[in-house]
Design a protein. Structure first.
Length: 202
C-alpha cells in the first residue's frame, strides 16, 4: 500500500505543472498525461523525448518508470526507458553508467526477443566506446546493431549506425574507410537534414 502511494506521489510531482506552466491556449499540452493514460509506453516516449536536451529530467522520469515497471511489467517499454536513460547519461558524460544501462537494455531484449531494443542498446554502447577512444570495439557494436536494423528494414537507424561508424573511423584517422561509410549513410538518408548531417560528418 505504501509502495503504491509513494509511487503516485512521485508521479504527481512530474505530471502536475507549476503555476502558469500551461500551453498558450490553456489547453493541456499534446501528449500530456491528462490527454492519455499513463502507462509503460507513456514513460518510454516521454523519457526518449527528454533524453538529449533535458537529460536530468529524463533520468528523474526513468527512475519513476522503473518503479512503475516493478508492479506493471512491460519489457518493451522497460527496455526503451533503459536505452533512453543510457542516452541521457551519455550526454551528461557519465559514460560508465550509460554503458551499464545500455547493457541492461540489451540483456532484457535478449530475454524477451526485442530486436529493436537490442539494436538500440548496441548502438548506444558503440557511442560510449567511440567517446572513450575504444574505436575497434565501437565498430563491432555498430555492426551488430546494423544487422538487427537491416533485418527489421529500419533504414533510418541503419543509416545512423553507418554515420556513427564513419565518425569512428574518422576519429581513428582511417579517412578512406570513413568516407565509404558516409557514402553508405547518404544512400539511406531520407531527407535533407540527414544529408546535411552526413556532409558535416556529425
Amino acid at each position: 500500500m505504501c509502495r503504491s502511494l509513494c509511487f503516485l506521489v512521485l508521479l504527481a510531482s512530474v505530471l502536475m505543472p507549476a503555476a502558469g506552466a500551461q500551453s498558450p491556449d490553456n489547453n493541456p499540452a499534446p501528449g500530456s498525461a491528462s490527454q492519455q493514460s499513463v502507462g509503460g509506453n507513456w514513460f518510454a516516449e516521454r523519457t526518449e523525448q527528454l533524453a538529449r536536451n533535458q537529460p536530468e529530467d529524463a533520468l528523474t522520469l526513468a527512475q519513476q518508470a522503473l518503479a512503475f515497471f516493478a508492479d506493471n511489467p512491460d519489457p518493451q517499454a522497460h527496455g526503451r526507458v533503459l536505452n533512453a536513460s543510457a542516452y541521457a547519461l551519455y550526454f551528461m558524460g557519465r559514460y560508465g553508467e550509460s554503458m551499464q544501462h545500455a547493457r541492461d537494455a540489451e540483456l532484457l531484449a535478449e530475454q524477451h526477443q526485442l530486436s529493436g531494443v537490442r539494436a538500440r542498446g548496441l548502438m548506444l554502447q558503440g557511442n560510449v566506446l567511440q567517446s572513450i577512444g575504444e574505436y575497434p570495439r565501437a565498430i563491432v557494436k555498430y555492426q551488430q546493431a546494423v544487422s538487427y536494423y537491416r533485418e527489421a528494414d529500419n533504414q533510418l537507424y541503419e543509416g545512423y549506425c553507418y554515420n556513427n561508424m564513419a565518425n569512428t573511423y574518422k576519429a581513428a584517422g582511417q579517412y578512406q574507410t570513413a568516407l565509404e561509410y558516409y557514402q553508405q549513410y547518404r544512400r539511406l538518408a531520407a531527407g535533407g537534414d540527414n544529408l546535411a548531417s552526413a556532409e558535416k560528418g556529425t
